[in-house]
Design a protein around this ligand. Structure first.
Ligand code: HEM
Ligand SMILES: *[C@@H]1O[C@H](CO)[C@@H](O)[C@H](O)[C@H]1NC(C)=O
Length: 274
């Protein structure tokens, strides 16, 4: 039905044509301007953080690292999220976007919280006019040597309709879907709590400072991003739970200097985290 050489030339064509449509999606609701970043020192502990906030409906994100951290060497990262009670899940991206970097996703679970390690491959899906009932899915993962995982899938009805009206090759979606679990980062919870207005979780990550294709700079400016959803996850007690798409996302860029903590203080603070 589909000869190998046809499939290979299609793959090449798709790769070439993909650059344009997928270079850098910019959702309309992406916010960079009204946010603030500053140094925040906890009144009750010895930890100072780089704090990001953007109004009362978006969580406050606080990041701290040991002052021994150096670029290109892995180091632990501390992340505190103070979320309005109305949010079902909150995500934090260590590389400034949804794909190809470690994602920390947290949600409330009773009086505690669940922390989930995730990763989104750069997933490109295209409609092929030659196969009107099917589309070819390409998953590009792990730069700089991408793995191509082609598969022919039945065309979802809503895409089938628009595919007939448009160019032979076009992306049915921007390709971003539920991120998979990511085993190269692990987490220990420092604390989790909730009251009538907020839920809070603080977690220490081993594996969020360096990843395939990127990493945090200990001295320069880093790009971070976040995503929030109002919808609760399907299984709050399960870190592998599925959840639905965000209602809002945003990005910010900052150096880690405001969040550098003496190494001994950092280590003592996270020592009892589980
Ligand atoms: C079911 C889960 C998810 C789905 C279906 C999903 C889907 C999407 C889609 C379709 C876009 C592109 C929006 C557009 O072009 O208008 C997007 C962007 C984005 N998503 Fe997600 N997402 C999910 C989970 C997450 C999580 C857990 C994070 C964690 C931080 C995240 C962070 C972002 C960010 C920062 C953007 C904008 C920048 C970029 O495209 O990289 N998403 N997402
Ligand atoms: C609830 O928790 C949030 C976040 O820690 C805090 O800012 C707020 O003051 C708390 N509210 C009450 C009533 O304790």
């Amino acid at each position: 039905m589909y000869s190998i050489s046809n499939v290979v030339s299609l793959l090449l064509l798709l790769l070439l044509s993909s650059n344009q449509s997928h270079a850098s999606p910019t959702p309309g609701h992406l916010e960079t301007r009204q946010s603030t970043t500053k140094k925040y020192c906890s009144p009750t502990t010895s930890i100072c953080y780089l704090e990001y906030s953007w109004g009362t409906s978006i969580p406050v994100f606080r990041i701290a690292v040991p002052d021994s951290a150096s670029t290109n060497a892995p180091f632990d990262t501390l992340l505190q999220i103070v979320s309005p009670i109305s949010l079902g899940w909150v995500g934090f991206s260590w590389g400034g976007g949804m794909t190809l970097n470690p994602l920390t996703v947290v949600w409330p679970n009773g009086n505690g919280a669940t922390v989930s390690s995730r990763w989104s491959p750069y997933d490109l899906s295209f409609v092929i006019a030659l196969a009107p009932a099917e589309y070819l899915t390409l998953i590009l993962n792990e730069p700089p040597f991408p793995t191509l995982i082609p598969s022919l899938q039945p065309l979802p009805p809503q895409i089938k309709q628009s595919a007939n009206k448009h160019s032979p090759l076009r992306p049915p979606t921007s390709g971003r879907t539920l991120p998979s679990t990511y085993s190269s980062a692990s987490y220990r919870t420092v604390s989790a709590s909730r009251n009538a207005t907020h839920w809070t979780v603080e977690t220490v990550c081993t594996g969020c400072s360096k990843w395939s294709g990127g990493g945090l700079s200990a001295t320069g400016v880093n790009s971070f991003a976040w995503a929030v959803s109002k919808t609760p996850v399907s299984q709050p007690g399960n870190s592998g739970s599925s959840f639905s798409i965000h209602n809002n996302v945003g990005m910010f860029s900052e150096s880690l200097s405001a969040g550098k903590v003496p190494k001994a203080t950092f280590d003592a603070y996270v020592k009892n985290a589980r």
